[in-house]
Design a binder for this molecule. Structure first.
Ligand SMILES: [Zn+2]
Length: 128
């Protein structure tokens, strides 16, 4: 899954999706194990909660429920639409996401490549 927390996504399926794919929202949480994402304002349900210490009266609260990651597409600011995303590696080994349409970078993901030891040899470059 190439979607990360705080990403902007377009909801393409489900009751909160608009037919023209204009439903743009922010990802609040990702659940990689279940391949699901929690999207702000999407799939909001009324939860009926029992009285608890935090909520002594109980009742109904509105709450987002996770939706399948397959129902959202990452939003590309350059294309201004939801796009398919690829992954590629930069010269320094950093993993990066990119828009498959415009090849624009959509930010780095994953752990950075391990720094090779001995690269940062601080030699005073006074060779002239
Ligand atoms: Zn793009």
């Amino acid at each position: 899954m190439l979607i990360r927390k705080n990403d902007t996504v377009v909801v393409i399926k489900g009751s909160d999706a608009s037919p023209d794919h204009k439903t743009i929202a922010k990802v609040l949480e990702v659940y990689p194990k279940e391949n699901k994402v929690l999207v702000e304002g999407i799939n909001v349900v009324w939860k009926h909660v029992r009285p608890s210490r935090r909520n002594p009266r109980g009742g109904r609260v509105q709450k987002e429920m996770p939706i399948s990651a397959a129902n959202v597409m990452l939003y590309c600011p350059r294309c201004q639409r939801g796009v398919r995303v690829g992954r590629r590696y930069l010269a320094d080994g950093t993993k990066e996401r990119y828009c498959k349409k415009c090849k624009n970078s959509l930010g780095t993901i994953g752990p950075r490549a391990k720094r090779r030891q001995g690269v940062a040899t601080s030699s005073p470059s006074s060779s002239s």
